[in-house]
Design a protein around this ligand. Structure first.
Ligand SMILES: Nc1ncnc2c1ncn2[C@@H]1O[C@H](COP(=O)(O)OP(=O)(O)OP(=O)(O)O)[C@@H](O)[C@H]1O
Length: 329
C-alpha cells in the first residue's frame, strides 16, 4: 500500500532521512516511533508528496509519487487523508462546515455534502455538535472533527502526524480507539508518526523505530515486543536498573499470549530446583493484530550450570531469554 525504498533527504547540513525503507500493508495501522528530530515529519511529508526526497522511491497504492506531475499529484493526494497534532480547523466555521470543506473544494453538491457530513459526524460520535464552532469543543472533540474532515473524500490512507500529542491521557486513548475502529470498519490503512510508545503498542499492527533518519528496527509490534534486544521491547518493558544480588545472574524472560498463563517461575523451581527471585515484570497488551499480550519478567537465578540449562529449556519452549542489557541469549 505504502512502500518507501532507500529514501534520502538532506536539508543543507542535516540529513533528515538516511536511506529509509519500509512497507505499510493495506488495511494495517503502522506506527513510526522516534524522538524529536528523528525524521518522522519529513518521512510523512514524503508520503503525501509535500516533500520530494533527494533519492529513493515512494509508492502509494502502486503509484510512484516522487515523479508525478501536479495534476496526478492532486488526484493521489485526494486519496490520502491527514490529521495533525493541532487539528488545523477553521475557527470561524461550524463543525459541519469544517467537515464539509474538502467536499466543497471537490465540487460536491449541497445535498450530497449535507448527507455525507451527517454520516461522518455520526461515525466520529459528534452528530450533536454539527452547529458548534471549534472554540466550543474540547481537544478530543476537535480532533474528532479533524478526523471526520480527513475522511470526507473517502481516502484509502490516513496519515496521522502526532494526532494525540496535544491530548490528555484519557482523551488520547479515546482517539486511538476511534482510529483503530475506523481502520477495522472502513478498512482504512493508517500510517502514524509519534514519539509516544503507547500509541504504537495500543493500536499499531506494525511499526518502525526511526533514529537519526534511519529505521533501526521494523516489524509486527507483537514480534518486536517479543524479541529480546529490540529497542521497542526495552522501552515498553521499562524494567529499570534492578540490582542483581551478588552470586546470582539476572535474566529477562519474554513471553507472548499463549504462554502468559504458564507458571514459568514455578516450572523453574520445580523442574530445576532453582532458587528464583522475581525482580520486576511488565505486560503490554495491544489491539494490533487483533489483540496481543507480551510480557517480560526479570528474574535472579543462581550463577550455576543448572541455571544455564533452565534458561536453555525456556528458549526451547519458545520464550525469549536475554540479559537485562538487551543482548539476546
Ligand atoms: N525545512 C527544513 N529545513 C532545514 N532542516 C529541516 C527542515 N525540516 C526538518 N529539518 C531537520 O531535519 C531533521 C528531521 O526533522 P523532522 O521534523 O523530520 O523530525 P521529527 O522526528 O518529525 O521531529 P519532531 O518530532 O520534533 O517534529 C531535524 O534535524 C530537523 O531540524
Amino acid at each position: 500500500m505504502i512502500e518507501l525504498s532507500d529514501v534520502r533527504k538532506r536539508y543543507r547540513d542535516t540529513t533528515a532521512l538516511d536511506g529509509v525503507s519500509l512497507t505499510v500493508r493495506k488495511g494495517e495501522v503502522f506506527g513510526v516511533l522516534g524522538r524529536s528530530g528523528a525524521g518522522k515529519s519529513t518521512l510523512l511529508r514524503t508520503v503525501n508528496a509535500l516533500e520530494r526526497p533527494d533519492s529513493g522511491s515512494v509508492r502509494v497504492n502502486g503509484v510512484e509519487i516522487t515523479t508525478l506531475g501536479a495534476g496526478e499529484l492532486r488526484k493521489t493526494r485526494a486519496r490520502i487523508g491527514m490529521v495533525f497534532q493541532h487539528f488545523h480547523l477553521v475557527r470561524n466555521r461550524t463543525v459541519e462546515a469544517n467537515v464539509g470543506l474538502p467536499l466543497r473544494i471537490s465540487g460536491a453538491g449541497r445535498a450530497e455534502r449535507k448527507a455525507r457530513v451527517a454520516e461522518l459526524l455520526d461515525v466520529v460520535g459528534l452528530a450533536d455538535k454539527a452547529k458548534a464552532f471549534p472554540g466550543q469543543l474540547s481537544g478530543g472533540q476537535r480532533q474528532r472533527v479533524a478526523i471526520a474532515r480527513a475522511l470526507a473524500a473517502k481516502p484509502d490512507v490516513l496519515l496521522s502526524d502526532e494526532a494525540t500529542s496535544a491530548l490528555d491521557p484519557d482523551t488520547t486513548v479515546e482517539i486511538l480507539d476511534l482510529l483503530r475502529r475506523l481502520n477495522r470498519e472502513l478498512g482504512l490503512t493508517i500510517l502514524l508518526i509519534t514519539h509516544e510508545l503507547q500509541v504504537v503498542t495500543r493500536i499499531c499492527d506494525s511499526a518502525a523505530v526511526l533514529d537519526g533518519g534511519r529505521v533501526t528496527e521494523t516489524g509486527r509490534v507483537a514480534d518486536l515486543l517479543a524479541t529480546p534486544g529490540s529497542a521497542l521491547g526495552r522501552q515498553a518493558f521499562d524494567l529499570g536498573d534492578t540490582v542483581t544480588p551478588t552470586a546470582t545472574r539476572t535474566a529477562d524472560i519474554t513471553f507472548t499470549g499463549a504462554e502468559v498463563g504458564e507458571p514459568v517461575v514455578a516450572a523453574l523451581v520445580k523442574r530445576f530446583d532453582l532458587d528464583v527471585s522475581i525482580l520486576d515484570a511488565a505486560v503490554q497488551t495491544g489491539t494490533g493484530d487483533d489483540g496481543f499480550t507480551v510480557g517480560r519478567l526479570r528474574v535472579a537465578l543462581p550463577d550455576t550450570p543448572v541455571a544455564d540449562e533452565a534458561l536453555a529449556w525456556l528458549v526451547e519452549r519458545g520464550y525469549g531469554v536475554s540479559t537485562p542489557e538487551g543482548g539476546a541469549r
